[in-house]
Ligand binder design. Structure first.
Ligand SMILES: [Zn+2]
Length: 232
């Protein structure tokens, strides 16, 4: 069995030193991607502790849901932004997975995952998936699944390719994301508790579009939302 004490790890660490993705400090063998100090300093929203929180108010009236939280405050200048760029554009899917584990281990001590039967990551259109090589939201979902034991499903998929959102207004973003997601094998998730997972929630347009498709498929089931970052 390969453990962190195995010679192969020492050899690998010597060739590719493992350093924190935020501050570049060397990492101890039992810490992945981000050092303990930088983890502690990432700004938590603690929305999951607040009923009717700011993220839930963002989605209110758009689709029926039970709980919604964005775990960290996100801005372009933040340390979280470095991590998000690393897993979105610099081919570090392991950073997304590790952040999924981090968020899940902190939420696991709260009722947040109660009644959740399946995790559905917001999908990428296949053309983008081929270009990037992985779906970062799926990696976050895998990290959450490792901690909680809740399975990740692939029933939610992207029908169309949507234009990049960065230059669009809120109204344009809503139009841009309408009808781009669909659910395959809806009978597999009908009546279940579903957690939709995405990387960052800015206007909420992408999550709303995905949630709309899932809400139809689960019927009387329960829907919750978790994103790694959220902007305000
Ligand atoms: Zn660090």
């Amino acid at each position: 069995m390969i453990t962190h004490d195995s010679p192969i790890f020492h050899w690998f660490d010597a060739l590719f030193p493992r350093t924190c993705h935020i501050c570049a400090a060397p990492l101890p063998p039992d810490v992945r991607c981000v050092c303990r100090k930088c983890r502690a300093e990432l700004p938590r929203t603690n929305f999951h502790r607040v009923p009717d929180n700011a993220m839930e108010r963002r989605f209110m009236g758009r689709f029926p849901f039970e709980r919604a939280t964005g775990f960290f405050f996100y801005s372009r200048e933040s340390a979280l932004s470095v991590l998000i760029q690393d897993f979105k554009y610099r081919r570090f899917p392991g950073v997304a997975r590790e952040l999924g584990r981090l968020v899940a281990s902190e939420l696991y001590t709260t009722p947040f995952f109660n009644g959740v039967d399946i995790i559905l990551p917001v999908p990428l259109h296949w053309r983008k998936l081929i270009r990037r090589g992985y779906n970062q939201s799926h990696e976050i979902a895998r990290g959450i699944s490792e901690v909680t034991g809740i399975p990740v499903g692939d029933q939610l998929y992207a029908l169309h390719h949507h234009r990049t959102q960065t230059s669009l207004s809120q109204q344009q973003r809503l139009l841009n994301t309408q009808g781009i997601f669909a659910v395959r094998h809806p009978e597999q998730i009908s009546g279940k508790g579903v957690l939709i997972v995405d990387d960052v929630c800015t206007t909420g347009a992408t999550v709303s579009s995905a949630a709309g498709a899932v809400a139809q498929a689960i019927g009387s089931g329960r829907l919750s939302i978790l994103t790694l970052g959220v902007t305000f």
